[in-house]
Design a protein around this ligand. Structure first.
Ligand code: 5GP
Length: 177
């Protein structure tokens, strides 16, 4: 049963803050990839809202792929092990690859994915863009090339991020104590 109620969720980033930050990130990426094609890779399920809003503001020729990784068990704790639920990707050799994530926490998921791409393809470039950066929990040397907001050691939900599968549909990002 769902033990966190909507009224227990405190707002951290409003819909307006999220959308304005996404526009800023898109501007930077439009400059970076000016005249180039991009392969965007959305990491399901958490990054879906962010990725869909971000790509709408990108103006270069772009293809989108979806992969599914998981490291969180149930509840609020990472298992510390990354599972590739579905990581079938097209040929990324010589492509500009932009990985789009919801949050970088320990960095294990990001590292797994960057290593997977580096081992299997010789890309033209690989960049990692995460909406949130929970730097305090990092267990790897990985840093996102682009991120929207820093978050403290809080468990956040909404705008794609879930608690036991719930609350991905919130337009804002909130936290629970
Ligand atoms: P990492 O591998 O960097 O530890 O974690 C990455 C994944 O853990 C994210 O893609 C996300 O699905 C999940 N995650 C990490 N922190 C949080 C959080 O505060 N809230 C939610 N809902 N998921 C999180």
């Amino acid at each position: 049963m769902l033990d966190i109620k909507l009224e227990d969720i405190k707002t951290l980033f409003t819909e307006e803050q999220l959308q304005s930050k996404i526009k800023e990130l898109a501007e930077e990426l439009n400059k970076l990839y000016s005249g180039e094609e991009v392969y965007a890779i959305c990491v399901l399920k958490g990054a879906v809202m962010f990725a869909m809003d971000l790509v709408k503001s990108l103006d270069m020729p772009l293809k989108i792929e979806f992969i599914r990784l998981s490291s969180y068990g149930t509840g609020r704790n990472t298992t510390g092990k990354v599972n590739a639920v579905d990581i079938s990707l097209p040929d990324l050799n010589d492509k500009n690859v932009l990985i789009i994530e919801d949050i970088i926490d320990t960095g294990l998921t990001a590292k797994f994915l960057m290593d997977f791409i580096a081992c299997n393809f010789k890309t033209k470039s690989t960049k990692f863009c995460s909406l949130l950066d929970k730097k305090i929990s990092r267990k790897t040397e990985i840093e996102p090339d682009y991120y929207g907001f820093h978050v403290d050691d809080k468990f956040v939900v909404g705008y794609g991020l879930d608690y036991e599968g719930y609350y991905r549909n919130l337009k804002f990002i909130g936290y629970v104590e």
